[in-house]
Design a protein. Structure first.
Length: 156
């Protein structure tokens, strides 16, 4: 009888430990999801080496075209503001991550199409949110990012 009681107590201790650990784990903050790079295409991390305009920049020498957003071109109203905004969010020398679009790897000019993250912000979304870009709706169905909340919010 005594051996059975010891086994039952040991089992209760193990079960109680599991329950307590489960409760502790459930109240811990979840680890931040690695949502900067989704899918299977390239995940480029490095320093911003140049800002071309509001929707084009270089990371470690790779020319990046921001997915789904369009900013004014040279000579168009808003060009300087969009370019300056991109440069303020992703200044030359800052760390950045480019999540290449799985469904549109490169554009017709050989630029990597990606969502770019700098200083904890999604540059594509920030340009839209601050009125420096418009969404390129013709690419919503083609882009890996067309279903993202930020893209949907602006018309995808």
């Amino acid at each position: 009888m005594r051996k059975g009681l010891v086994k039952n107590r040991a089992l209760l201790v193990v079960m109680a430990t599991v329950v307590v650990l489960s409760l502790i784990i459930s109240f811990l903050p979840a680890p931040a999801p690695d949502d900067k790079c989704k899918g299977t295409a390239e995940c480029l991390e490095g320093r911003v080496t140049d800002i071309v305009d509001g929707d084009t920049l270089y990371i470690e020498g790779t020319k990046i075209r921001l997915a789904l957003v369009d900013t004014p071109e040279v000579g168009e109203a808003g060009y300087d503001d969009a370019t300056a905004f991109a440069a303020s969010l992703c200044p030359v020398g800052s760390q950045a991550t480019a999540d290449q679009d799985d469904r549109q790897l490169y554009d017709e000019y050989g630029r990597m199409i990606a969502v770019v993250y700098c200083n904890g912000s999604n540059l594509n979304r920030e340009l839209l949110e601050h009125g420096h870009a418009v969404i390129l709706t013709q690419y919503c169905a083609l882009s890996e990012f067309g279903g993202e909340a930020w893209a949907k919010e602006y018309g995808c």
